[in-house]
Design a binder for this molecule. Structure first.
Ligand code: SF4
Length: 201
């Protein structure tokens, strides 16, 4: 089974509780105005990897960085739900927690016409942050881009207080410097300008 993977981050403290590895999948049909990750929207761009390769990478991250979990972002994770459910089950066997964002609402994902494998993926998650990004509804809530998005604790692994931090990380890499975290455009512009590295964006 293949996962169309746009990006990955070995370890981050800005994408959920504790230290986490992050997968950004490629492809999203929702197309919110002002999406902060437009580079991951096009399903036609294929940068595929096998789910087994991803599981091996996550296993290595657990031992190299002592991550406590993995976060799925994108792109739209539920448009590749079957592949991510496979990965999530392997993560659970390693004792890792799983968090995912989705531009679809939880209610929609629980229905029959949700993308294939959605129920399967929902059953593996500890945390879901759901709903499309609505530019006209800004928020300062951690890990959410707009105020319509909700945090769902699907297991008893975490409490709401575990999600109170609001970090952004700047990853400086010779190939690509990038910001990691969920933030509004004003915060992102301010942080990148303050870094003095990228100037305005
Ligand atoms: S659902 Fe997420 S990835 Fe898809 S367009 Fe909206 S903000 Fe972007």
């Amino acid at each position: 089974m293949l996962l169309n993977l746009g990006g990955q981050q070995e370890v981050s403290s800005a994408m959920g509780p504790g230290k986490r590895s992050v997968l950004w999948v490629r492809g999203c049909s929702i197309l919110c105005s002002g999406c902060i990750t437009p580079e991951y929207l096009d399903h036609a761009v294929r940068t595929e990897t096998t789910v087994e390769e991803v599981c091996e990478w996550i296993t290595r991250m657990k031992f190299e960085h002592q991550i406590e979990g993995v976060s799925f972002s994108g792109g739209e994770p539920f448009e590749q739900a079957k592949a991510l459910a496979f990965i999530a089950r392997a993560c659970r066997e390693l004792g890792l927690s799983i968090q995912s964002w989705s531009g679809y609402t939880k209610r929609y994902l629980e229905k029959g016409h949700a993308p294939d494998g959605s129920r399967e993926l929902l059953e593996t998650l500890d945390v879901l942050i759901d709903g499309p990004f609505i530019r006209q509804r800004p928020t300062s809530l951690p890990l959410r881009g707009s105020s319509n998005q909700h945090l769902h604790l699907l297991t008893d692994r975490y409490k709401v207080e575990d999600f109170e931090q609001r970090y952004m990380e700047l990853v400086i890499d010779p190939k690509q410097t990038r910001a990691v975290g969920v933030m509004n455009h004003a915060h992102l512009r301010a942080a990148l300008a303050l870094s003095g590295i990228l100037g305005d964006v």
